[in-house]
Ligand binder design. Structure first.
Ligand SMILES: [Fe+2]
Ligand SMILES: [Fe+2]
Length: 238
């Protein structure tokens, strides 16, 4: 039996019988989550523990780091179950996404990354909440509350930092330098991969719609809530 575009794949055991195109698409998504979650934990979340200014902030940052490593562990487990070679489930030869090339040096930068990059992650995970591959859908459902906590962490600490003029200036500076990398995270307009994901009900929305939604949500946080400026970026900044 081969999967058609409309049939869900309910278990890992059903996966081998699915259409080759479907299996490739699922492997691509699981591989990128496994790699990116680990990469992010290594370059941002774990180092940020040393920047956190108080025991309370360190405690919460440890929790964020623990959860980000945990996301890697879960996606990696699923990846192994669906036949992705172990070497492809960790950062390797391939160049990391540009959002990870940002050299983290301050607490303010970390808070801005949680505010804005984890919001981007929330949109990606939201799009998998009704995924036709149920093991991936279930993983997304499990991961969602934690990603929401990370974004809330970013919002709460940025709000706190913005209570002083120096803090506001430092948060604005971090936004100016980090935010322009984020729109490209949603992929290209008219992407063939994305078309395939939607054909099989793996994902729900086109990249350009996700990006527009992200920009609106980021603007609400930065401009309406923090009363700071969101830098202008080319809609297709890649
Ligand atoms: Fe994560
Ligand atoms: Fe996160």
């Amino acid at each position: 039996m081969s999967t058609t575009a409309s049939q869900p794949v309910k278990t890992v055991a059903e996966f081998p019988a699915a259409a080759a195109e479907f299996k490739d698409a699922i492997r691509k998504i699981v591989r990128s989550h496994a790699v990116n979650e680990l990469y992010g934990a290594q370059v941002f979340d774990e180092p940020a523990i040393s920047f956190a200014p108080t025991p309370y902030a360190k405690w919460l940052t440890c929790r964020v780091a623990m959860e980000e490593y945990g996301h890697h562990v879960r996606f990696r487990e699923l990846g192994e179950q669906i036949g992705i070679p172990a070497a492809e489930l960790v950062p390797g030869e391939k160049k990391p996404l540009s959002i990870f090339a940002f050299p983290l040096a301050t607490w303010e930068e970390f808070c801005v990354i949680k505010l804005l990059a984890d919001l981007a992650e929330i949109l990606q995970v939201e799009d998998l909440l009704n995924c036709s591959f149920h093991p991936l859908r279930n993983l997304a459902r499990m991961t969602m509350p934690e990603e929401r906590f990370h974004a809330q962490f970013g919002k709460d600490f940025c709000t706190e930092l913005c209570k002083t003029p120096e803090g506001r200036a430092r948060v604005q500076d971090a936004i100016d330098r980090y935010f322009p990398m984020l729109p490209a995270f949603f992929g290209k307009t008219g992407s063939k991969n994305n078309e395939l994901y939607r054909k099989y009900g793996i994902k729900q929305r086109p990249n350009e719609e996700m990006r527009a939604d992200y920009l609106a949500r980021a603007r609400a946080l930065v401009e309406d809530h923090l009363k700071l400026r969101l830098p202008e970026v080319a809609p297709e900044a890649a």
